[in-house]
Write a protein that binds this ligand. Sequence first.
Ligand code: 9YW
Length: 449
Amino acid sequence: MTVSQPSAVEIGLMSGRAGYVLRANDRGAFTVASPTLYPHMWSWDAGFVALGIATVSVPRALNELRSLLSGQWATGMIPHILFHEPSDYFPGPERWRTQVAAARPAGVLTSGICQPPIHVIALSRILHDARRRGGADQELAEEFVRETFDQWLAWHQYLATARDPYSYGLVEIHHGWESGMDDSPRWDSPYANVHPQPDMPPFVRADLAHVADPSQRPSDTEYARYLWLVEQKVRTRYDDTAYRATGDFVVGDVLVSALLAAASDLLADMGEELGVGGGTAGGVEQSRAIARRFRTGVLRSVDPQTGLARDLDLRTGQWLDVESAAGFAPLLCGGDEALTRRQRDLLLGPRWCGHSRLRWPVMPSVSPASPAFREQTYWRGPQWPVLNWLMAWALNRSGETEAANQLRLAGLSQLIDCDFAEYYQPVTGETLGSRDQSWTAAIALDFLA
Ligand code: 9YW
């Protein structure tokens, strides 16, 4: 299917409405992930939100990242949720009970796990925008990089050490939520070994109140497993070593690893350009070393038959063969040109964006040709606009500008109704989950810039 360039009127309407959504979701120092369903700051959402806001205001974009950093733990971890304000979102701070953790930050309540390290990718894009504009925006952005370099480095080092203690080159996650793709079939096999115990506190889900059809969300059985892992993190006081010794779910995540590699290279580039990170601690060199290790880890995970990267269940030692978007991790971190070309063709071909059943030729979370594909269940098939953005970003970065533009135009066509939904039914094109989702509006702004 070919998609065309949106008209000038459509571009005007879409950028106006996307800006309006972000303004409406702005709570001063931070942006809620969505107005009703997610009334807090989510870590990887904040990265996408910041790069979208930068197209209209560099200072406000930098504040978004500054606000996120206020939640950084002493370990370097950036937590997946910052609870700036009270709400009825579940699981809230009373479930996370992070007061048991010595490393928690002062002054802001947070969850106790993390999400994919997209932030430095966002920051480098903001810096690029700011430099294009020059003047005060450029000064502010450069100063921000100098000021925060060590905090980003600490975040990456946390992932590279506490979450890869044996230097496999894959970041281990302790919860499916840490992948950002909560119920992805990537995690079905490791979750089969997660066994909630009867002493787990009871719970009432809040997410189902916001969707018309429960089949669009994870099942109750899945949800009980998610909460059991939270309980295991609490019971091991959020100490990664203690959790690793007893926790049910420990998996090497290829997408997180690829993002860490890409972000670490960008951090090193910015450090070099701005003359930071070159001191005795050698921050630039440390970043490069992290990038190398995780790029190697990702490339090593590729199945030569399918050309897709695979997660590794560190409990059972098994590679997880699922045709999910994470299989394209090598496209994000680069390092093998032949594989990049192979993945480009696969991505645009009939098993993925070019699948004949898709309403829009946009990256689906799971291949429609896979037996695991479910067209309206959360991360089991629906299209998440940020994933499509990531693939377009990666293609651009590896010089595949035509392919990148194809994804960009298809992504814009999908968003033309300006609902900015959380996710999309890939076959019918229907909007699913929350409306006015911040990160969806943000990537529309970036695609239009
Ligand atoms: C939840 C906010 C988050 C995203 C996750 C996505 C979903 C639900 O929404 O999580 O309650 O945390 O899976 O990736 O950050 O948009």
